[in-house]
Design a protein around this ligand. Sequence first.
Ligand SMILES: *[C@@H]1O[C@H](CO)[C@@H](O)[C@H](O)[C@H]1NC(C)=O
Ligand SMILES: *[C@@H]1O[C@H](CO)[C@@H](O)[C@H](O)[C@H]1NC(C)=O
Ligand SMILES: *[C@@H]1O[C@H](CO)[C@@H](O)[C@H](O)[C@H]1NC(C)=O
Length: 417
Amino acid sequence: MAVGKLLIFLTTSVLTLTLIQPHPAVGSRTFISDSDGAAIITNPPPLGICASAVTKYGYKCQEIDVTTEDGYILNVQRIPTGKDGGGGDGGGRKREPVLLQHGVLVDGMTWLLNSPEQSLALILADNGFDVWIANTRGTSYSRRHVTLDPDKPEFWNWTWDEIAAFDLPAVIAYIFQQTNQKVQYVGHSLGTLIALASFSEGKEIDKIKSAAMLSPVAYLSHMTTALGVLAAKVFVGEITIVFGLAEFNPKGEDVDRFLKGLCADPKVSCYDLMTAITGRNCCLNSSTVDVFLRSEPQPTSTKNLVHFSQTVRDGVLAKYDYGTPIFNIEHYGSPRPPIYNLSNIPKDFPLFISHGGQDALADSKDVANLLDDLKLHDEGKLSVQYVREFAHADFIMGVTAKDVVYDKIVSFFQRNQ
Ligand SMILES: *[C@@H]1O[C@H](CO)[C@@H](O)[C@H](O)[C@H]1NC(C)=O
Ligand SMILES: *[C@@H]1O[C@H](CO)[C@@H](O)[C@H](O)[C@H]1NC(C)=O
Ligand SMILES: *[C@@H]1O[C@H](CO)[C@@H](O)[C@H](O)[C@H]1NC(C)=O
């Protein structure tokens, strides 16, 4: 399709979406609106993550800035010891570093929302680990760059390709340099995708000892969330051109309007957006959800969501598709974007995968595709856990997550020390 025609097509379809009035029963209840239905505009929370969610429970916590090779300044938290300086010394060994990598549209706070006894970051600190929390580019504490201005589109010109190629290596290199040790890795959602993509290219794997993947996202073509599917359809049409939205801020007015448009579709129920997006979580504490909604969802780039939508459409894990063979050749030297071949992940690399039966994003069929790529993995180096009642958010906020999943992560890391 010619660019002009494409633009007209997109403009009309987007306008149709945005002009439809929201269904009265759903219009007043989205997580981007307050109880009066007015959009809330995000401001970065005044306190850092250490002060707002860690030190108040008696844990030491350091705020650190790490600069990526392409100039983004990332905020990282380090929780070096357990409560009141305790948490064991790993049996005389040096405490091993663990990096926690959050998902898309959220930030490092997601590891710290429940009580200290229920939150993975603090559980690991109390079990003898030196805990590091990443915050990817564009989230409220990592909204900085050595030269680019976050209020300008140039700042938002990236997708998870760049998070994998720049953010992950910068943080891992920093931890390695500070601790002189290989890193244990925990990813949730996007945090699994960027690690799997890097490992498949042989990157980072020499600096990582083992990895726990929660709600693994690699293939997305079976995603069941109606809102996600519709959003993906709209996004994949290079919505950037129409919206000119370089930043996708879920709490901003443009996105509020966009989502209300999507929610007007009769196939999409937005009564409870958390469920609409992540699936039927079994075990969330409503006060934790309130805490979640105070700091999340977080901005990302529109281009990143377009890239996700391409993954939904294409059923393969590939780099960002510039849309035409000519543009792809310009960027990659080939008419199609290069794929990340997950079969290339070294077969002896220790992996723990935990996925949920109710997860609308990491659907079981897509996880089965991922596991198929790993089918030649050494026996004993791949543990897979299936939690029938869990959906996407249960893995980070579920009140039963400690008993069901986190205790298994701790013993997995201890086995691979
Ligand atoms: C965005 O980045 C790509 C390279 O990744 C570059 O070709 C393009 O010109 C950039 N666009 C803008 C608006 O900065
Ligand atoms: C839910 O959160 C509240 C507030 O943090 C806490 O008092 C309560 O014990 C939690 N419930 C469960 C089941 O963990
Ligand atoms: C991925 O790599 C494996 C071998 O490592 C190969 O057999 C397979 O064809 C590759 N898949 C694609 C889609 O290129």
